[in-house]
Design a protein around this ligand. Sequence first.
Ligand code: 13P
Ligand code: SF4
Length: 315
Amino acid sequence: MIFNKTELAIDYQAEIIKLKEDLNAVILAHYYQQPEIQDIADFVGDSLELSRKAKSTNAEVIVFAGVHFMAETAKILNPEKTVLLPDLEAGCSLAEGCKKEDFEPFVKSHPDHIVITYINSTAEVKALSDIICTSSNAEKIIRQIPENQKIIFAPDKNLGKYLIKKTGREMLLWEGSCIVHETFSERKIIDLKVRNPKAKVIAHPECEERILFLADFIGSTSKLLQFVKEDSNDTYIVLTETGILHQMKKAVPEKTFIPAPVNDETCSCNECPYMKLNTMEKLYLCMKNRFPEIIIGQELRLKALKPIEKMLEMS
Ligand code: 13P
Ligand code: SF4
């Protein structure tokens, strides 16, 4: 039998909407997801907003269109719910650069330090931490730590350096970084600025110090989005993953957004290869098969839950 190609094509959008009903599921998506995934999601947000949504949802199934540490955080907060991630390989260079076996001895060798860990980390590393933070609440959390208390900040050294500068607090930093935010070209940003003198440069604090130095505004993804909505300028050079441009263009279509230029013209290095592993097809398949599912042991979950709850309390 000969099948017509169009007869075989699956309407992922329609199927996902149907499956959402059948499963009593909620789809949570990060701003770095592909536009069509953001558009089908029930909620699109930054790491903090997504954790809050994961905690408050009544749905039985949470489908996480994001990376592994985000889905894992949702499961830690919701042990009784099914948490699905379209692709289990959707990791993060920050989480991968901070393994429990290296981090544990580091923490143990500084017993007088409180451990503040960025949410971009594994459950095992969270379990070794006192407080979790995201890029939108890190400053607020650090400002609540008593002056004489020594601090370890992990795993993002760039965010850590930015926070030291912002708060004036000394912190011992773990040597991790985000592969996306480290690829932006200083020379090309300056070149863009010269050609677009009225454009404002807005940057995520995961960028290197020399890049942040060029920014007119620095903030988490949600803060960057809020800034372009409220600011009176009309052109922005956006120094973060390009996925956020979708919500920016939707919110203020009359404005111009220029994605962050990268060093290597042959690669799309301003796209997160982990975030972009998720596709509409994988989203559909994970809902259809209720797999891959995030599973976490109770002992580890309870240890990782404590610093996450502390974060939600302090932010
Ligand atoms: P936020 O959306 O919390 O700013 O985080 C950015 C990021 O890199 C997520 O992996
Ligand atoms: Fe991790 Fe960077 Fe990708 Fe965010 S953008 S998930 S920090 S690798």
